[in-house]
Design a protein around this ligand. Structure first.
Ligand code: ADP
Ligand code: F6P
Length: 322
């Protein structure tokens, strides 16, 4: 293999730059040229390419976001869109592709792989909804951002005897809510995989009040039916709890942070492995972290599979709420 390309796709995740750097330097170190594709699959379809040398990826490991930029691209889901992408890859003499992104991006990688192109994926999304990686690039940083917010909100909640509802991202996955809620000592955690009706949340808050709690933090996942707005509205309409409620929706604040040491190391390990395997002719793989090791799983065994929340986290979220 003489030349490979790398792109970042879907929602950006802290650590993507470290992954671009590691894929580039691994390839360059093996005498393989690297092309960066700007704006994910949208740039692939438009041939928006830039050469990447080892120097071009210097000084980026510490930054969130992605120097290659990212996008969502409906056209890549069509055979015509992918044919345009394949033509650009062919014209640029690119023989292999590394896709750094989440489950949607890796679904795209699988389609391209099934159409005969050599692609490896690197598991990267703050949502942690991608099977094949116990934890994905960006999760650790995003959880820490949410946690810092929760800690601050708890402080002011305790000064005013208030209830803070904190809504975190995660799309349809409750991992961020569960991890940040557990680490932040939330009184109640609501996730799509652990739905609680607003009425049930009120019951739990009453119980907490009876146990002597004078303030409370409820962490809800954006993808839960009982999301932040729904719960806040219920509490206001029903005057349902003794605590004075406030709502904070963290939103994209969770996305742009400087990557933690964990995410930089994870990204470096996974992307280096993805490039090594691609260059040695092993493709159609998702590289993720499994049992502490950078592990390749065929994309076909990953896409469309469920990723349950860790049972231990779920059990702890119950037992810690005393
Ligand atoms: P993430 O990778 O963070 O989960 P998305 O779900 O938005 O982000 O997916 C990113 C992009 O991946 C989509 O905009 C689209 O271009 C591509 N993609 C998603 N699913 C498919 C699919 N089934 N076939 C081809 N491309 C896909
Ligand atoms: O997939 C990452 C993510 O941040 C989700 O948690 C969230 O639902 C979504 O992207 C937001 O997408 P956008 O940046 O397009 O608003």
């Amino acid at each position: 293999m003489r030349r490979i390309a790398v792109l970042t796709s879907g929602g950006d995740a802290p650590g993507m730059n470290a992954a671009v750097r590691a894929a580039t330097r691994t390839a360059v170190g093996r005498g393989v040229e690297v092309i960066g594709v700007r704006r994910g699959y949208a740039g692939l379809i438009e041939g928006d390419f830039v050469g990447l040398t080892a120097r071009d990826v210097a000084g980026i490991i510490e930054f969130g976001g992605t120097i290659l930029e990212s996008d969502r691209c409906l056209e890549f889901k069509t055979p015509e869109g992918r044919a345009r992408a394949a033509a650009h890859l062919d014209r640029a003499a690119v023989q292999g592709l590394i896709v750094i992104g989440g489950d949607g991006s890796q679904a795209g990688a699988l389609v391209l792989s099934n159409e005969g192109f050599a692609v490896n994926g690197v598991a990267s999304t703050i949502d942690n909804d991608l099977p094949g990686s116990d934890v994905t690039i960006g999760v650790d940083t995003a959880v820490n951002v949410a946690l810092e917010a929760i800690d601050r909100l708890r402080t002011t909640a305790s000064s005013h005897r208030r209830l803070f509802i904190v809504e975190v991202m995660g799309r349809n996955c409750g991992y961020l809510a569960l991890a940040a809620g557990l680490a932040g000592g939330a009184e109640v955690i609501v996730a799509p995989e652990r739905e609680l009706s607003p009425a049930r949340v009120v019951e739990l808050l009453h119980e907490a009040r009876q146990r002597g709690k004078r303030h409370a933090v409820v962490v809800v996942a954006e993808g839960a039916r009982t999301n932040g707005r729904t719960l806040y509205q219920h509490l206001c309409d029903e005057h349902a709890v003794d605590f004075d409620p406030r709502l904070t929706i963290l939103g994209h604040i969770q996305r742009g942070a400087r990557p933690s040491a964990f995410d930089r190391l994870l990204a470096t390990r996974l992307a280096a492995r993805a490039a090594e395997l691609l260059i040695s002719g092993e493709a159609g793989l998702l590289i993720g972290l499994r049992n502490g090791a950078a592990t390749a799983t065929p994309l076909v065994r990953v896409i469309g599979q469920p990723k349950p929340l860790p049972a231990e986290f779920l059990a702890l979220s119950e037992s810690m709420q005393l």
